[in-house]
Write a protein that binds this ligand. Structure first.
Ligand SMILES: Cc1ncc(C[n+]2csc(CCOP(=O)(O)OP(=O)(O)O)c2C)c(N)n1
Length: 354
């Protein structure tokens, strides 16, 4: 009757770029200077978009908006490791991800004004609609990944969610199925430390989210989610593994929401100014900037021109967006299914009859 250890586990943490912009060359993923510049340009673009969208909501020009400030690196870094043909399942906090995935900014604005046409993905880019229900997209992603496996298309699915979503049944069902059927899916948990006002410590008694993968028989890794190189590297490895038939990975991006939960929230009610200041030192955009300056990839005038170019792109999209005719209210019925049900047809007629 021996008493023995059946299983021990470890959870790896990956950081490539420190807060001062110093890079661990041994851990550095393969990226050309051009790739690094593209990463920086995208980080700047999505940050400018985020602030603009927030301002527009305050001015009554957009509906409720969900900011993602602080999470740019986890969204842009992971998107850059994917191919267009791969499936992406975003949550509401993923406007940055969608822009990095070629979703036109005009459409992202449309979405946040309640116009469902904003959700239509560009041709040949497999972006799924944003999930407002917490965590439901996890099972959808596993389904898409399973289909890709059965069809042998070499596509992978990437699904995004917060640490709050890991308390839902959907997460555990998706993780279990993904492990058992060895499907090509990457679970990206953007652990931004809060689910609205609920802190991470009250979400789970486990020390990391990453270790939850162990129970389902596959790898989990925690990365510095404000370090774009670490996110990109972990994602690139996970994508390659999934594409080669070696199954799922859970990537916990350890990050921080440097903004309110949404435009209907006031985070100062439950978070201290000091906490925010501590996390601000890790800022993902400034960190890459520091690195690029050290490597002579960026100077003041180059930075200025990137800022101006990004502002211009966003402003042009806003002008175009505000000229668009409003959505047809009938779309509410028309775009639920590929074909309307008899009941929907009747409801639509009833609502719109004179
Ligand atoms: C199924 C479901 N339950 C509750 C909500 C209300 N709700 C909206 S956001 C949120 C917190 C989610 O936190 P987390 O998953 O950590 O993501 P974050 O918003 O921090 O990015 C909750 C409970 C919802 N949208 N869907």
């Amino acid at each position: 009757m021996p008493k023995k250890v059946l299983k021990e586990f470890k959870v790896e943490y990956l950081q490539v770029l420190d807060e001062e912009g110093n890079c661990d060359e041994a851990l550095m993923p393969k990226l050309s200077n051009e790739d690094i510049k593209k990463m920086y340009e995208m980080l700047v673009l999505v940050r400018i978009f985020d602030q603009k969208a927030f301002n527009m909501q305050r001015q009554g020009r957009l509906g409720t908006y969900i900011q993602f400030k602080g999470q740019e690196a986890s969204q842009v870094g992971s998107a850059m490791a994917l191919e267009d043909k791969d499936f992406v399942f975003p949550m509401y906090r993923n406007s940055g991800l969608l822009i990095a995935r070629k979703q036109p900014i005009v459409q992202v604005l449309q979405y946040w004004s309640g116009d469902e046409r904003g959700q239509k993905a560009p041709d040949n880019v497999n972006n799924f609609p944003i999930s407002i229900p917490v965590g439901t997209q996890e099972v959808h992603a596993v389904g898409a990944a399973w289909a890709a496996k059965l069809r042998n298309t070499k596509q992978v699915a990437a699904v995004y969610f917060g640490e709050g979503a890991t308390s839902k049944g959907d997460f555990h069902e998706a993780m279990n199925f993904a492990g058992v059927f060895n499907v090509p899916v990457i679970f990206i948990c953007e652990n931004n430390q809060y689910a609205i006002s609920v802190p991470r410590k009250k979400q789970t008694h486990a020390e990391t989210i990453a270790q939850k993968a162990v129970a389902y028989g596959f790898e989990g890794i925690q990365v510095d989610g404000m370090d774009i190189f670490a996110v990109y590297k972990a994602m690139k490895d996970a994508v390659e593994k999934a594409r080669n038939g070696n199954g799922p990975t859970l990537i916990e991006c350890f990050t921080y929401r440097m903004c309110d939960h949404s435009t209907s929230d006031d985070a100062s009610k439950y978070r201290s100014k000091e906490e925010l200041e501590q996390w601000a030192k890790k800022d993902p955009v400034e960190r890459l900037e520091k690195h690029m300056r050290k490597k002579n990839l960026l100077d003041d005038s180059h930075k200025e021109s990137i800022l101006n170019k990004s502002k211009d792109i966003v402003e042009k999209a806003v002008t175009e967006f505000e000229k668009l005719p409003p959505a047809d209210p009938k779309d509410i019925f028309k775009y639920v299914f590929a074909e309307m049900t008899q009941q929907q047809k009747e409801e639509m007629e009833e609502l719109f009859e004179k």
